[in-house]
Structure formats: structure tokens, C-alpha cells
Design a protein around this ligand. Sequence first.
Ligand code: ATP
Length: 357
Amino acid sequence: MKRYRIATIPGDGIGQEVIPAGATVLRALAKSMGSFEFEFENFEWSGDYYRAHGVMMPEDGLDRLRDKDAILFGSAGDPHIPDHITLWGLRLKICQGFDQYANVRPTRILAGIDAPLKRSAAKDLDWVIVRENSEGEYSGVGGRVHKGHAIEVATDVSMMTRIGVERIMRYAFRLAQSRPRKRLTVITKSNAQRHAMVMWDEIAVEISKEFPDVHWDKELVDAATARMVNRPATLDTIVATNLHADILSDLAAALAGSLGIAPTGNIDPERRFPSMFEPIHGSAFDIMGKGLANPTGTFWSSVMMLDHLGEPLAAARLMSAIETMTGNRALHTRDLGGTATTAQVTDAICNSLNESF
Ligand code: ATP
């Protein structure tokens, strides 16, 4: 029997609740499929780990993850530790260390979810946002000198490399080509940023020639926000820089009904290293420890992980169990206006997976 080695990193806040829920559902799924199993190893790297050791993860952390087939990640963020430490010390260390250069975020309005868009527009919302995940505005290049003095200077330099832009464009065009509508929108800001973003646009044109069957267009990031709200059906696959896609995908998650639902994958398309899957929400300390967290984002991220592992049947089965669950309002958590708990939602999914056999 095939055995997948999965690292779980719950991290902070509700990550501690949704990741165990995800592992429970994946175990139930594997049992119901009978053709593969999971071997989980849990890593308690988090804000608490930082308080005890002064680092978010040990020095050999990446080596301990390297031989896994995939990573399921919760969230990193602690109200008492600066965000740049929790982010750069764990999540970004893994994304960059394993060159997970494509961050992929599907968005749909699932059955039974009330979303802010009119229902007629909502049925047309079916997007995948591809975020450049290794450079751009979040490359970490910059500095700060003369702290506290009038002459203080701080810079964050956006780095775009030809190789980095080519590979994310190629990934996005290929993904667009694999989807029924074969449509790609390239997000840009080359009207105001006249160096890197102009190169970004030029490379989009170059790469598009490799994909003559993909219909593609270009949209300024500011205009894209309005288009997402007013004409969602005109979008399908979307590719954007690290910062632009970060913002657009939170908008996408809100338009789809809740942050608690949205999934993401940090993918190494060349499969040299494990890819990492995570809900897009943060640690949500306001509801932690109360059993109220919506685990759907983690379940949907697990669907992406199964697809990546080459288990499309299992992925489809879990996605269908998720939509059956969201279609039942009695199973909506507080973020969706309901009263269901994390445990109730998890049990419901496990039961429906058992029943389907
Ligand atoms: P971080 O600083 O780690 O990004 P945050 O608390 O600032 O975390 P999020 O966790 O992304 O930001 O969420 C904002 C709010 O949305 C939370 O305070 C919480 O009330 C709600 N929320 C987010 N995720 C969930 C979830 N899975 N289930 C229920 N509510 C959620």
C-alpha cells in the first residue's frame, strides 16, 4: 500500500485546532479509500517554541522536513511576538528554503455559503490565483539605518528576476491551459512602476507564445479589485506578484464568504522539495481554544495536497464531502453565521467519508 509521509505544523492559535482536524479527516479518507495511508509527523514549531528557544524552528528544521511528501501547515502569528519574526522565522523559511515559488489559491463559493456578491454573479466565481512566492516585494532586500533620527532611512526593495518571472508565468499559463476555460489574467502595475513591472509584462508576452490556446489579458491591480466584484465571470486563472496577489487573494476569500474556508498551496512545481498546504486564515487568537474555528480551509488545503500527491479520486471525494457539509447550515461555524463547532464539522466529514463506502 502506498504510504505518504506528511509533516504537520499546527503553529499558533487556531492552527492548533484545525491541523489535528485535518489529520483526522485525512486518516478517515485514507481508510475509506483503502489504497494508501498517511504517516504523520507533528512539529511543534510556533510562538511557544520561540519563547522557549529564541527561534521559530530549529536550525536543522528544513532537513527534518526534506524527505516528507508534503507539509500541512496551520498558521504562524502570536500577539506577543512581532509578525516579521513569526513569518520570516517559520513559514517564509520553509517557502524559500524549499523554493515553493508558486502560491496557488483556488476560490469558489461553496454550496450553502452566503457570500457578499449577488447570487447571480456568485455562481460565476471560479478562480485560481497564482501568487509569485519567492521574490518581488517580499524578497527581504532592504535595510534601515539611523533609527530614531531625523535622517532615518528604510527601504524594502522589490526584486524581480527574469528567471523568477518566467517560471511563475509559465506555471500560470500551464495551469490556465489545464482548466476548462483556458483563460489567464496577468495582473500588473506597469503604468506606475516602470522597471520591474514592465519586464513582468514583457515576459508575459514572451511566455504566452508557448501557449497559443490560452486566452489572456492584462489588468492593472487597482482595476482588478473592481473587476473581481463587478465582473467575476470574466476572470479564471490570475497571476500576480507576491504583494498584489497577497491582497487580491484576501479579497477573493472575502468574496467567497469567509476567511475560514479559503485554502492555499505553496508549490515547488519541479518537485525537488515537499510542497506546503495551509488555510489562508491566520492564528485568530480571538477564538482560539474555544473549539469554534472553521476547519474547512484546512480540509480544502488537504484536497489540494491530495491532488499534488497524485490522488485525484481521493481529492474529489473529500471535496464533495466538504460541499455536502457546507450545504448543511446546521454545520456552519460562527464565521459563517452558525453555531457548529470544529469537532462537529470534523465528525460530519469523517462520517460522510465512511458512509460513501
Ligand atoms: P494573523 O495575525 O495570524 O494573520 P489574525 O487574527 O490577525 O491572525 P486571521 O486569523 O486571518 O487574522 O482572521 C481574522 C478574523 O477572522 C479572526 O479574528 C477570526 O475571528 C476570523 N477567522 C479567521 N479564520 C477563521 C476560522 N478558520 N474560523 C473562524 N473564524 C476565523
